[in-house]
Design a binder for this molecule. Sequence first.
Ligand SMILES: CC(C)(COP(=O)(O)OP(=O)(O)OC[C@H]1O[C@@H](n2cnc3c(N)ncnc32)[C@H](O)[C@@H]1OP(=O)(O)O)[C@@H](O)C(=O)NCCC(=O)NCCS
Length: 149
Amino acid sequence: MDRISLQLYDLTNETDASEIEAILKEYYPNSPWPVTKEKIKKGGVVYYRAYYQGEQIGITGYAQKTPTLAETVKTTIFNPFRGRRLGGLLSQAIEDECKSLGIKKVMSTVYYFNHQMVKIKLKQGYTIEGYHPDHEAPGFHEYSLGKVL
Ligand SMILES: CC(C)(COP(=O)(O)OP(=O)(O)OC[C@H]1O[C@@H](n2cnc3c(N)ncnc32)[C@H](O)[C@@H]1OP(=O)(O)O)[C@@H](O)C(=O)NCCC(=O)NCCS
């Protein structure tokens, strides 16, 4: 099977920051804390375009928490490409990227209703390290899933 390749967004570039903002708006419409272009440009999260067989099929990213811990975020497959197990490949791609940067542990927080992503992470050897009721906001319960690399 072909691999997913990641290409860094340039957060100093207005067009790139606007593109991320638009994608997050479209795919996380109910977020209690929407990510704005200003926040994206401030940094803190490193974002990538994800390509599969020459097409951009989604985005992903990570936030470095400590010198050895990274939280992977916004692993997203665009609608036309869903249901082809690309979500698992993309989760693996951002984990591999973190590992190549010297990260020793990856984690992510996932809404309790996001069974697809929970399944993907569990299949990839993550364990549920926490359940956080009313975490991001009231009603937004989340699991945290982690994996030592
Ligand atoms: C989560 C997401 C990345 C999954 O991408 P995808 O490529 O469409 O994933 P798939 O359809 O192949 O499903 C992944 C797994 O979930 C399973 N699945 C599908 N629907 C499911 C459901 N309702 N309940 C449980 N498992 C389900 C699939 O069978 C598959 O498992 P398998 O490989 O063992 O068969 C995609 O839906 C997405 O981008 N969602 C919006 C953004 C998001 O929520 N990102 C995660 C942030 S933490």
